[in-house]
Design a protein around this ligand. Structure first.
Ligand SMILES: *Cc1c(COP(=O)(O)O)cnc(C)c1O
Length: 355
């Protein structure tokens, strides 16, 4: 399926004004000039693809998304490469995950070509909004909502809206390794639930735990299952023992990160031993205390690769390595960023040129 986007006239933000708002933008609060929308109805399927001004959506207050939470999203970035072109990273992997999330939430599948051409259309129109500074990017947020106006809850909605919006993003690097909280009271996802789908409800349910972790001086929550590590709120976790890089195997309560998958491949490319095996909290603590565990880091689109220095939980805390960013974390981060921004070879065809 190919789509032609109807282009509505949009007055672009003047260059000096754009530079000013981009410079001071707190992440996710400043948006580009455009957005893309595509509608779906049971009768017509996907239709009415538009490139239009970023702005409020007109929806019935009875739209199903407001009541029953039928919503899915993706998160990805466009980068300005060293040589000039603007690229995205593995967009077909995001398209595939978006389709899997849709299937889990009984929503219509958006063809991958439409997903990718929506991104291309938006980024091409807003290319001046892609920052040039190293490590900066244009964050892209594709999402789909159930728009059918009905409070009846007897079948999936018969109308949906797919939208892509974009926000300039600075270099996400806290400057210091994270402190994380081992969560033993709440769960993010349950067996048979929606943990493998990127759906809004999964995140709403974790805010309380995130708030409590912040009160305890922690940056992020680590979600556990039967005493084993699943992942964090918006990123996956890796454990480094010398030259071995380990992450828990995917299960039905872990979101399959595209960064996770890329790190597994890159770590093997760089000559590390790579393993997917369960990591218990008991082993995490014991290995850290014995010095066998040298580094821990998280992987995700928004925060890239970020070191974990300190761990706290109901049974007290411990430190990973010397509490600082380790050499494997730093090397993998540089390698991934280098591929995304065109300063390292793209051996796996991950980089997708837009303009
Ligand atoms: C998005 C997300 C990730 C990371 O996925 P990436 O594709 O690497 O960005 C990990 N865990 C959860 C719960 C997420 O929502």
């Amino acid at each position: 399926m190919t789509v032609a986007f109807t282009t509505e006239p949009v007055e672009p933000t003047p260059a000096d004004e754009r530079a000013r708002v981009m410079a001071g933008a707190p992440f996710g609060e400043v948006f580009t000039d455009h957005m893309v929308t595509v509608r779906w109805t049971a009768e017509r399927g996907w239709h009415d693809a538009r490139l239009r001004a970023h702005g409020p959506l007109a929806l019935s207050p009875a739209a199903q998304v407001f009541h029953y939470g039928q919503e899915i999203f993706e998160g990805m970035k466009a980068y300005r490469t060293a040589s000039g072109p603007v690229v995205t990273f593995r967009p077909y992997a995001n398209a595939e995950r978006f389709a899997a999330s849709a299937a889990r939430m009984a929503m219509p599948e958006l063809p991958a070509e439409v997903f990718v051409s929506a991104l291309e259309t938006l980024v091409a129109a807003d290319r001046e909004w892609v920052p040039a500074e190293e490590g900066h990017s244009l964050y892209l947020r594709p999402f789909m909502i159930a728009t059918q106006p009905t409070l009846g809850f007897y079948r999936p909605a018969q109308e949906y809206l797919f939208v892509v919006i974009a926000a300039p993003a600075g270099a996400y690097f806290a400057g210091r390794p994270m402190t994380v909280w081992l969560e033993t009271e709440y769960t993010r996802a349950a067996p048979g639930g929606t943990g493998t789908a990127k759906c809004g409800g999964n995140y709403a349910g974790t805010l309380v735990a995130q708030q409590r972790a912040a009160e305890r001086g922690c940056d992020q929550v680590v979600w556990l299952r039967d005493g084993h590590v699943d992942e964090m709120g918006t990123s996956n976790l890796f454990f480094v023992h010398g030259d071995e890089v380990v992450t828990p195997p995917l299960n039905d309560t872990i979101l399959a990160g595209i960064t996770r998958d890329s790190v597994l491949t890159l770590a093997a490319d760089l000559g590390y031993r790579v393993a997917e095996r369960p990591v218990s909290v008991a082993a995490w603590r014991a290995d850290a205390e014995r010095g066998r565990l040298t580094e821990v880091f998280s992987s995700g689109t928004s925060s890239m690769i970020t070191p974990v220095g300190h761990v706290r939980g109901a049974d007290g805390g411990f430190t990973v390595g010397d509490g600082e960013a380790g050499p494997v974390t730093t090397r993998l981060r540089a390698e991934l960023l280098g591929i995304q921004t065109g300063t390292r070879p793209d051996r796996h065809g991950w980089v997708h040129k837009i303009v």
